[in-house]
Design a binder for this molecule. Sequence first.
Ligand code: ARG
Length: 467
Amino acid sequence: MAESNTDTKSSNQMWGGRFASGPDAIMEEINASIGFDKKLFAQDIRGSIAHATMLAHQGIISSDDKDKIVHGLNTILSEIESGNFEFSRRLEDIHMNIEARLATLIGPAAGRLHTARSRNDQVALDFRLWVKEELEKTEKMLTGLIAAFLDRAEEHAESVMPGFTHLQTAQPVTFGHHCMAYVEMFGRDRSRVRHAIEHLDESPIGAAALAGTGYPIDRHMTAKALGFREPTRNSIDTVSDRDFAIEFLAIAAISGMHLSRLAEEIVIWSTPQFGFVRLSDAFSTGSSIMPQKKNPDAAELVRAKTGRINGSLIALLTIMKGLPLAYSKDMQEDKEQVFDAAESLELAIAAMTGMVRDMTVNTARMKAAAGSGFSTATDLADWLVREAGLPFRDAHHVTGRAVALAESKGCDLAELPLADLQAIHPDITDKVYDVLTVEASVASRKSFGGTAPSEVRKQIAFWRARN
Ligand code: ARG
């Protein structure tokens, strides 16, 4: 690279070509957050309007200055929204960018806005408002995903599929019941979201730098104006706390883990070997070389997003873990983690809602698979307990022999002749064949929360009333 003056040249030798003008440029680059915190512009302006209004109400600034400030801030809001605002990295962050523009627009009155506050409580406010809105959005999106599962569960309350443990065929279940397992998981995520909203619903503004302020401010007034339940109670904690962001990330990580398990099941189910579901073209891609292929890319990417979200959670926990009270600049690194995780989570929920609604379920394939692998062996054992009075352990042993025999003959349990079964245990009658079908198996499991279609319908009604 050509260098035009010796000063620059010596800087470059020390700091590398990126920092043409030496330490100032390095400082600007490491210090500035405007590249990402401009996302907070609407929250910053809302917060400033509430703060200025309160200052005027308390007689700390004149109502004339307040009017100028509010008008100027609204002008800035429309400038940013219409793309007519020039963000400057020299002005570091969103707070200073907006305040500098306000000064240009309204003159000295702009300087009164920062009375009785600091960027420390200002950023805590902006970020809390942003996370609160994101949590509210997440709550709605989870509700949409739950609704999609409820519809599929209703449609398939009676469709039999193999239930697995260790990914080995265990017992027949219904696809509706399997869908309702996800309703429980996403229902828990949604209640975590609601709790998180409750936790963060306190207004930080007025904590100032860390110690509060000598001005006669009214923090209850700003809290109310900004839609918070109440103001925070400790000014030191207020500016040093990022629990609300970490809680968001923790919730996103748990929900991401659920989404990823679902993604994994969809990947497995859509293989030709399983063939339980077929994804539409909208959620899959073909291969450029193998024309027969249909790849579940959307599900795979949902599975992968979990990695990013987990990374963000660990990053912010690590950023925070060694910080002395109160504010440290380290905390500026909180935002990108949350923004990135929020984007990933939104995309993952949206893609999953689409896939769940859109996938074609192959009930014939599921039913055939449900009956293979001696999936009704437990039903045989239970029959022996119930009808022949055997202790369960003995029934288990007898059933094991029946399974071994069927395996050696290459047939299903239901295909073993009665004489063969009676040779294993004389009390077996032809009534046993009633419980060896997959339909009879699932219908019998009527225990609360069990897989019987009647129980699944009760679960669906329970969730419909809450969704
Ligand atoms: N950009 C900063 C952040 O995101 C704002 C707070 C700056 N406060 C300070 N005392 N330098 O954390």
